[in-house]
Design a protein around this ligand. Structure first.
Ligand SMILES: O=C(O)c1cc(C(=O)O)c2c(n1)C(=O)C(=O)c1cc(C(=O)O)[nH]c1-2
Length: 263
């Protein structure tokens, strides 16, 4: 196996007695991504460099379905507690981006096109029956975090999206180049996110920079972003353990041969 865990473990910048300027806060938030985003995880390196087999890619896609399908619930939880009409107006489209609206079938449907392309049965994927325990726990922790923390922290927890376009671009080119079972139809989900994610992330970043003014608020938003990187990282640790090394899927979790579409 030719992947390494190459991580800078130096302490991250945090405000001490005086708050960061908005630009300083942005820098500190970006430093969290540079050190902790899941593009650094060995499972992603294997995925993007063509070192997984089709069953391992299936395991990734069916677990990631849990995350995708929870995003609109997470965004509805945020909106459900938001008194600020302007913020709700800005946030609303995140739900329809995933659930679809009118002619657009939405991101969850595009994710299911991906799992179709991998030969998985839709009902099985949507049942989440084969998802790993850690996937389910991590995803639900994100939904709960957004429902229970301050609105500012809830917005900040979405800021991993600042770093998503890089990983989506890497995934599109890497998967198309390396896997004969991946084609343009299957990667349509990621192509669409290349447009959607930067707009969402820019708005959330401006909101956080404008509203996290005190040391406590700034610490809280940095913690929220860190928490979110952990939600993402934990899912890949679980995938690696179950489907790469040592290769121990939990009881009830998907194993090769299960949940395939009838041909
Ligand atoms: O493929 C990825 O690595 C990745 C990461 C993230 C993220 O950083 O949370 C999101 C997505 N994809 C994504 O597709 C998506 O719709 C999304 C929404 C959110 C969010 O927190 O609101 N993150 C992400």
């Amino acid at each position: 196996m030719t992947v390494h865990l190459d991580i800078n473990r130096e302490p991250l910048p945090a405000p001490t007695h005086t708050p960061f300027t908005p630009e300083g806060l942005e820098e500190a938030l970006r430093a969290v991504g540079a050190r902790r985003y899941h593009n650094l995880h060995p499972f992603h390196k294997l995925l993007h460099s063509g070192q997984l087999d089709r069953d391992q890619v299936r395991a990734w896609a069916l677990n990631r379905y849990c995350y995708q399908s929870a995003i609109p619930r997470k965004d509805a939880a945020l909106m459900g507690r938001c008194e600020d009409r302007e913020l709700r107006r800005e946030w609303l489209h995140r739900i329809t981006d995933h659930d679809g609206y009118g002619e657009d079938s939405g991101g969850i449907e595009r994710w299911l096109v991906l799992t179709d392309g991998l030969g998985l049965d839709r009902d099985y994927v949507m049942s989440k029956e084969g998802a790993l325990p850690a996937t389910k726990f991590a995803v639900e922790a994100y939904v709960r975090f957004v429902a229970e923390h301050t609105l500012l922290e809830a917005v900040a927890s979405s800021l991993t999206e600042l770093f998503a376009p890089g990983i989506h671009a890497e995934r599109i080119s890497g998967m198309l180049a390396h896997y004969d079972f991946i084609n343009e139809t299957v990667v349509a989900y990621f192509r669409r996110r290349l447009d959607q994610a930067p707009k969402d992330a820019d708005f959330a970043l401006d909101y956080v920079k404008a509203n996290a003014r005190t040391v406590d608020q700034q610490r809280a938003v940095l913690r929220a972003l860190t928490f979110k990187t952990e939600v993402l990282w934990a899912q890949l640790d679980a995938l690696y353990f179950a489907y790469v090394e040592p290769g121990w899927p939990a009881p009830g979790a998907w194993v090769p041969g299960v949940g395939l579409a009838a041909t």
